[in-house]
Design a protein around this ligand. Structure first.
Ligand code: PLP
Length: 447
């Protein structure tokens, strides 16, 4: 695109209160993006920035995928909005059926949201509602995991395990407890794929159950691969154990697949990848390839049946008091259908699966770079963890991100001093080499 057509830097950056961003520093030295295509962003002055993070783990089909762009253009002219309360439009039903086919087992029902955070809070509400309608109303506790990220709603930060996201906001949801995290570098550092050590950490759930009693616990929620906190694949056998314990105690298992669904591990979902059947799955991001905000919660048939099918209320009575104005928005639904078509027709999940061993090799080749204390990977998720600077945790990671953008024309995602990689699934071996090569150059120069 010619530079003169690119959106130029605005004069006034002040009024936009930027999310999860050091606003003061950004506004002194802004990193602006004006356009995107494929694996690249374009800055207002026309620099091509290599996207190593699929935006925020969401642009799985790369930027501006043709089918999605066309579908959105068409849809907005045809049906801009239709309520999903008491009415419906055909694409929403078609999309739900496509998702039913994509997710394993009897995760047959889709409840639409607009984001990962909304999906998480929806799933928690579904779990509580389900327990109540089956006569288990004393089950009101939800169990998350330390270092887990489940978005920013009150439910999500309550079950989430990141102190900085929680400490400002009061007592949060009552009755929440947390499993221990699985980050134990002395046992797991530089594991390739799933660490062999750590399945026993799932047994901590038995301790929590003993403390609170199973009759008070509605659900356990975990990310099958912890993403936002810095890519932690589950130890071998860990998710299976969580499933076994929850099932034995009548506790629902929720997989938060906001990052892992739609091909990140080379399959439609992490549930399929690991062969572990959760009761509820939260999604967003890759559902529309990041193009239009949309999320979905997939629920097993027994949950839908208990709340909806077996409901003896009169015909005019609503079965579940929950929903969003933009649930199943027509434009988002069209974008999601086109994204799913793109994944299938361009074999992007298969591409991710084929690329994964090469990606693993490439990220682990950074082990000899300065300050690297761990490297982790699974599918097309990777993390390079750096040691923090003395007295300044996060400063080294932040500097890496800033330098990547200005000096190496690359967007990287950081969490503290960890650099996370999640390339769009359209990447080739050469693209991965390019990303890792640039990262090596950044790390080598970083003190
Ligand atoms: C596992 C997980 N859950 C929930 C969320 C929140 O999604 P959103 O930012 O769309 O609300 C994220 C976002 O990164 C996530 O990674």
């Amino acid at each position: 695109m010619p530079t003169e057509q690119l959106a130029q830097a605005p004069n006034d950056l002040e009024p936009f209160w930027m999310p999860f961003t050091p606003n003061r520093h950004f506004k002194k030295e802004p990193r602006l993006i004006s356009a995107a295509e494929g694996l690249h962003y374009l800055t207002p002055d026309g620099r091509r920035i290599l996207d190593s993070s699929a935006g925020l783990w969401c642009c799985n089909a790369g930027h501006a995928p043709r089918r999605v762009v066309e579908a959105v253009r068409r849809q907005i002219g045809e049906l801009d909005f239709a309520p999903s309360f008491q009415f419906g439009h055909p694409h929403a039903f078609e999309l739900a059926a496509r998702l039913r086919d994509l997710f394993p087992g009897d995760l047959d029902y889709a409840f639409f949201t607009n984001s990962g955070s909304e999906s998480v809070d929806t799933a928690l509400k579904l779990a509580l509602c389900y327990q109540r309608v089956i006569g288990q109303g004393s089950r009101t506790r939800v169990i998350g995991r330390e270092r887990g990220y489940h978005g920013v709603g009150f439910g999500g930060i309550s079950v989430g395990g990141i102190g900085a996201n929680r400490k400002w906001y009061g007592p949060l949801l009552p009755g929440v407890d947390h499993l221990p995290h699985t980050r134990v570098l002395e046992h797991t550092a530089f594991s390739r794929g799933q660490p062999q050590w750590g399945a026993h950490l799932a047994d901590e759930l038995e301790r929590i159950i003993e403390l609170h009693d199973a009759s008070t616990i509605a659900a356990v929620i975990v990310e099958p691969v912890a993403g936002s906190i810095g890519v932690y694949p589950p130890p071998v056998g860990y998710l299976e154990r969580l499933r076994e314990i929850t099932e034995r105690h009548g506790i629902l298992l929720i997989f938060d697949e906001v990052i892992t669904a739609f091909g990140r591990l080379g399959k439609g979902s992490a549930s399929e990848y690991f062969g572990v059947q959760p009761d509820l799955v939260t999604t967003a991001k890759g559902l529309t390839g990041g193009t239009i905000p949309m999320g979905a919660v997939m629920a097993r048939k027994a949950i839908y049946d208990a709340i909806v099918t077996d409901n003896n209320g009169p015909d005019h009575a609503i079965e579940l008091f929950h929903g969003f104005t933009y649930s199943a928005h027509p434009v988002a639904s069209a974008a999601a259908l086109a994204a799913l078509d793109t994944y299938r027709e361009e074999r992007l999940f298969e591409n991710a699966a084929e690329l994964a061993p090469h990606f693993e090799e490439a990220v682990h080749s950074l082990r000899d770079c300065p300050n690297v204390v761990d490297i982790r990977n699974l599918g097309l998720m990777g993390a390079v963890e750096l040691s923090p600077r003395e007295g300044a945790p996060g400063a080294r990671g932040y500097e890496a991100m800033v330098r990547a953008f200005f000096d190496h024309d690359m967007m990287i995602r950081i969490t503290g001093d960890t650099i996370a990689l999640s390339p769009p699934l359209i990447a080739t071996r050469a693209d991965i080499e390019e990303m890792v090569g640039r990262l090596r150059a950044i790390l080598t120069r970083l003190d």
